[in-house]
Write a protein that binds this ligand. Structure first.
Ligand code: LER
Ligand code: MN
Length: 271
């Protein structure tokens, strides 16, 4: 068994900050992903009303694709709602919207990600208070995850996008404080290249926390278009017996169809 390759896609209403290669009708992107030879798709969503669950299930079945993860960065990217927000009303809105997406994930037997929706540190409250807001939200969500059978993935994101949980070390530390084993770490090679002392070293060090990985090259273009050493990254993942999804989350450069095709062709050389 080796790693399976996923492609992150979003509905046509998503903003460019969804950071996916295809922002289009889901039917169109799912067909393209299958035709290009991906094993699965990650759905980047803003809220549950965006998906016709039965229709997507039917398409996944027809094309023999998996749906490993629902991602949620747009809750913050598009609506600026997040779990650290000092305003209880806004925090609860973020939690409610996220719970709606957890129900979508449960329908697909998928995991759910927490990237930017965790929120930043806010200047007018202490760091402890922001972390406390986050941890209280996480407890509620981890408990719901246990009921729904949905694992939650905390994604360290680089310092230029958010200032809270940038590295695997910081992610692992907060997961230890939280103490729920259905909450895992989700490294993203693009962020790792900025924040980690060594990509391979951090994969090795935090492998027991890792449930899923985002793949991109150093410039967030298709793997092969930047300067990451994929040979070495795959050797490491294989030695660690990581058999989960590696999902392509890249910018649509030079254009979406080319980027998506190049990415899967490049990665297939290794898995
Ligand atoms: C954002 O840069 C990112 O990598 C997403 O997966 C998380 O919101
Ligand atoms: Mn990512």
């Amino acid at each position: 068994m080796s790693q399976r390759i996923g492609l992150a896609i979003a509905p046509e209403t998503a903003l460019p900050s969804a950071f996916v290669v295809f922002r289009d009708r889901l039917e169109v992107s799912i067909e393209k992903a299958a035709r290009l030879g991906y094993d699965g798709i990650e759905l980047a969503l803003l809220d549950r009303s965006q998906v016709d669950i039965e229709r997507i299930k039917k398409l996944l079945n027809e094309y023999n694709l998996e749906l490993p993860v629902v991602s949620t960065g747009q809750i913050y990217g598009q609506s600026a709602l997040c779990f650290t927000d000092p305003d209880e009303g806004r925090r609860n809105q973020a939690i409610a919207q996220f719970k709606g997406l957890m129900e979508v994930a449960a329908e697909f037997g998928a995991m759910i990600n927490i990237g930017r929706v965790r929120g930043p540190y806010f200047a007018y409250i202490s760091r402890e208070e922001a972390e406390d807001n986050f941890l209280r939200a996480m407890e509620e969500l981890a408990q719901l995850g246990q009921k729904l059978g949905v694992d939650i993935l905390l994604e360290p994101v680089n310092r230029y996008e958010i200032d809270f949980v940038n590295s695997c070390a910081q992610g692992a530390e907060i997961l230890d404080r939280l103490g729920y084993d259905n909450v895992k770490l989700m490294p993203d090679l693009f962020h790792m290249n900025i924040e980690e002392p060594s990509i391979e070293g951090s994969l090795r060090k935090y492998i027991d926390y890792i449930g899923y990985i985002h793949f991109a090259d150093s410039n967030r273009h298709a793997p092969g278009r930047g300067h990451l050493d994929f040979e070495s990254i795959f050797t490491t993942l294989t030695a660690l017996q990581y058999n989960g999804f590696i999902t392509v989350e890249i910018l649509p450069y030079p254009e979406p169809d080319i980027a998506a095709k190049e990415a899967v062709e490049f990665l297939r050389k290794y898995c």
